[in-house]
Design a protein around this ligand. Structure first.
Ligand SMILES: Cc1cc2nc3c(=O)[nH]c(=O)nc-3n(C[C@H](O)[C@H](O)[C@H](O)COP(=O)(O)O)c2cc1C
Length: 383
């Protein structure tokens, strides 16, 4: 077993253990991937300000996210098809999050259903909603999330239409995996993954089963999904969801200050500054570069959360320095899942926790609540 010291180690292990098409689905971005790269490059370009001779013997990472206790300012973001990165992936990730004490968000496009995940954990999780053309279906998902006592609903706003990921097309990615010769050869080199998948009852989109008109066949299902994302979605629909959901409402996929204001005006309790991890509008700015304007616009009125590019505790510190209350991770936990299942997700969280803890100490910060722009090094600026 290789020694794991950082998220990149988990990424490399996941690349070896999951079929290539599935690893690529998680790892890659849309079109030329310029936004995917910018997410990382712009986080890397921010520098932290080293401070010394400050007593940092005790440090507090505990916080509240959207009103809930969290062991650190990090939550697992919603990722579709998590249950094919590793069999039962959503259940394993939800259990790892629960054990670590951070929120888990289940995607509409998950493999394990809302009910299957609910039965596997004690603590309520968050549910991410894609409002699809069929509003009756969206309303039924909200009802199911209520019945499962989900403690927050996250409405994703940046996928009215899907950006293209070249890799997925070239790899012929389907759910369940289509048995082409290339896929069979690939899967043959990942027998542990395949055996776990065969043994799992969860192999298709768990939340959609039974809702697809005309049967559950693969083509029907993918055709139905492709036709379901709704380009007519508007802020009125967010207000409609607000009316159906009495609990906390998070609007995700905000990259613009005007949109952030509209989200708050439509009843959002929190917004997630995000470019979907570089998977949607290629050419959009990095999420970290969009964050300060959005914090200026709505930070006084709502909780501003952040994702896209977070791989380390240093990244969490930087996002918080620019005004985020906390961050979500997508790929960072999927790499852990693909590498080592539930233990890998735990490792991903533990690495980030330790990195944040040490980086707080070295910037002279004792409590996550105290993190602000002072932890950033500003070239040419003295304070
Ligand atoms: C494989 C994968 C699937 C995703 N599926 C969803 C989804 O179903 N719903 C959603 O709102 N966001 C989805 N996202 C976006 C994530 O919630 C999050 O915004 C993104 O992963 C953050 O960037 P990061 O991967 O660099 O952390 C997905 C991301 C990945 C990597």
């Amino acid at each position: 077993m290789p020694v794991i010291t950082c998220n990149e180690d988990l990424r490399r292990l996941a690349m070896r253990r999951a079929p290539r098409a599935i690893f690529d689905y998680a790892d890659r971005g849309s079109y030329d991937e310029s936004t995917l790269r910018a997410n990382r490059a712009d986080l890397d370009a921010l520098k932290l300000r080293q401070r010394v001779m400050i007593d940092v013997d005790t440090r507090v990472l505990r916080t509240r996210l959207v009103g809930e206790e969290a062991a650190m300012p990090v939550a697992l973001g919603p990722t579709g098809l998590t249950g094919i990165m590793h069999a039962n992936g959503e259940i394993l990730a939800a259990r790892a999050a629960q054990a670590f004490g951070v929120p888990f968000t289940l995607s509409t496009m998950s493999i394990c259903s809302i009910e299957a995940v609910r039965a596997a954990v004690e603590k309520p999780f968050w549910f991410q909603l894609y409002v699809m053309r069929d509003r009756g279906f969206a309303a039924s998902l909200i009802e199911r999330a209520k019945a499962a006592q989900c403690s927050a609903l996250m409405l994703t706003a940046d996928l009215q239409i899907q950006g293209q990921r070249h890799r997925d097309i070239k790899n012929g990615l389907t759910v369940p995996p289509r048995l082409t010769l290339a896929n069979l050869l690939d899967i043959a080199t990942k027998p542990a993954w395949a055996l776990r998948m065969l043994a799992s009852p969860h192999k298709n989109f768990g939340n959609l089963a039974g809702s697809v008109p005309g049967g559950k066949g693969l083509t029907t299902l993918s055709q139905w999904i492709a036709g379901q994302f709704d380009p007519t979605l508007s802020w009125k629909d967010v207000a409609w969801v607000r009316g159906l959901w009495p609990g906390k409402l998070i609007v995700k996929g905000i990259l613009d200050a005007d949109d952030a204001r509209a989200a708050v005006d439509s009843g959002a309790d929190a917004v997630v500054v995000s470019n979907h991890g570089g998977r949607q509008l290629d050419g959009a700015p990095s999420s970290i570069s969009a964050l300060p304007d959005i914090v200026d616009a709505v930070g006084q009125r709502t909780e501003v959360l952040f994702d896209s590019g977070v791989r380390s505790g240093q990244d969490v510190l930087k996002a918080m320095a620019l005004g985020a209350r906390g961050t979500f991770i997508g790929k960072a936990f999927l790499y852990g899942l693909g590498a080592m299942g539930q233990a890998g997700v735990h490792t991903a969280l533990e690495l980030i926790h330790k990195e944040l803890d040490v980086s707080m100490a070295l910037t002279g910060t004792r409590n996550v609540a105290d993190i602000d722009g002072r932890v950033l090094w500003k070239p040419g600026v003295r304070s």
